[in-house]
Ligand binder design. Structure first.
Ligand code: NAD
Length: 254
C-alpha cells in the first residue's frame, strides 16, 4: 500500500516493525539530505552539477585525478560538518534495541557509524569518502595528508610510494563492487523478515537488486522515499514523505 499521509505511514511502519523479527535497513543518499549533504538525483543534487568521473577515466588521466580531488575538497566543509540526522538516529535506535543487526548503505558519508552503529555493522556498498586508499597496495591515507600534498604541488593528485594512485575509498562507476560487502549484504537480506529501503532512487545496480532479493526470499518490503521508485508496486508499504519526519518517532534517546 502507499501511505496516504505521514501519520498513516508512521502508523503502518510501527506495526510492521513490531511484528518483525529481524529488520534490515538499506539506505541511500536521501537519508543524509537533511544533514546538508545533497543527494545525486534531486534538484540541486551532485548529478545536476557534475558528470561523475568513471573509474577508467580516473585511472587514465592525471587531470581527472586532480579534478576528482578538487571536487572532493570542494565538498569538505559540508561533509565534515554534517552530523547524523533523524533517520540515522532512528536506525541506530533499532540497532541498539537488537532489532536490526546491521545497516546496508550506498552512502559514503560515514554518518551511520557516527550515529553509534559499530563500523563492522555498517555494510558500505560504495565505500567511504572520509579517507583514501592506494588502489594498488591498499595502504590507507588520511584526507589531511592528501590535502597537504595537493597544496604543496599546486593541485597535482598524489600517488602512493608503491606507485599506485590514491583515491577516496569510494566505489566509482565502472569500479568493481567490494565482494565481501556485497556478500554480507546479500546474507543479511536473506536473513531479514523486514527490509527497509530508505532514501534511494533504486536506480544504481547491483545495490538496487537487494530489495528484490528481500521480496523473493519472503521478507516484507518498505520503501521510504520522497519520489516514486520502480519497486513501489511490489512493496508492502510505500511512504512518499520526508525521511526524517517519518522516522523521528522511532528515535529512542539513550
Ligand atoms: P539518489 O540521489 O539516486 O536518490 C536519493 C533519493 O532520495 C531520491 O529519490 C530522493 O527523492 C530521495 N530523497 C532525498 N531527500 C529525501 C528526504 N529528505 N526524504 C525522502 N526522500 C528523500 O541516491 P542513491 O539511490 O543513494 O544512489 C546514488 C549514489 O549516490 C549512491 O551510490 C551513493 O553512493 C551516492 N551518494 C551518496 C551520498 C552520501 O553518502 N550522503 C550523497 C550523494 C550520492
Amino acid at each position: 500500500m502507499i501511505a496516504s499521509d505521514l501519520e498513516t505511514g508512521r502508523r503502518e511502519l510501527a506495526q510492521l516493525l513490531d511484528s518483525a523479527r529481524v529488520v534490515l535497513p538499506f539506505t541511500g543518499a536521501g537519508i543524509s539530505t537533511e544533514t546538508g549533504i545533497p543527494d545525486f538525483r534531486s534538484p540541486g543534487g551532485f548529478w545536476t552539477k557534475f558528470r561523475p568521473i568513471p573509474f577508467d577515466e580516473f585511472l587514465a588521466s592525471q587531470e581527472m585525478r586532480n579534478e576528482s580531488w578538487r571536487r572532493r575538497f570542494a565538498l569538505e566543509e559540508q561533509l565534515a560538518s554534517a552530523r547524523p540526522g533523524r533517520g540515522h538516529r532512528a536506525l541506530a535506535s533499532l540497532y541498539r534495541a537488537g532489532k536490526a543487526p546491521a545497516v546496508v548503505t550506498q552512502n559514503i558519508d560515514n554518518l551511520h557509524q557516527e550515529s553509534g552503529i559499530a563500523a563492522d555493522d555498517v555494510i558500505e556498498l560504495h565505500g567511504n569518502t572520509t579517507y583514501a586508499i592506494c588502489l594498488q597496495c591498499e595502504q590507507r591515507y588520511e584526507l589531511a595528508w592528501v590535502q597537504a600534498q595537493l597544496a604543496a604541488s599546486g593541485g597535482r593528485a598524489p600517488d602512493c610510494s608503491c606507485g599506485g594512485h590514491i583515491k577516496t575509498a569510494t566505489i566509482s562507476f565502472g569500479q568493481a563492487m567490494p565482494d565481501a560487502a556485497m556478500r554480507r549484504a546479500e546474507e543479511l537480506t536473506r536473513g531479514c523478515d523486514l527490509f527497509l529501503s530508505i532514501g534511494s532512487s533504486l536506480l544504481v545496480w547491483p545495490a538496487a537488486g537487494l530489495p528484490l532479493l528481500a521480496k523473493r526470499t519472503g521478507a516484507r518490503l518498505v520503501i521510504i522515499n520522497r519520489e516514486p521508485t520502480e519497486f513501489d508496486d511490489m512493496a508492502d508499504l510505500v511512504v512518499h514523505e520526508d525521511i526524517g519526519s517519518t522516522l523521528e518517532p522511532f528515535i529512542i534517546a539513550h
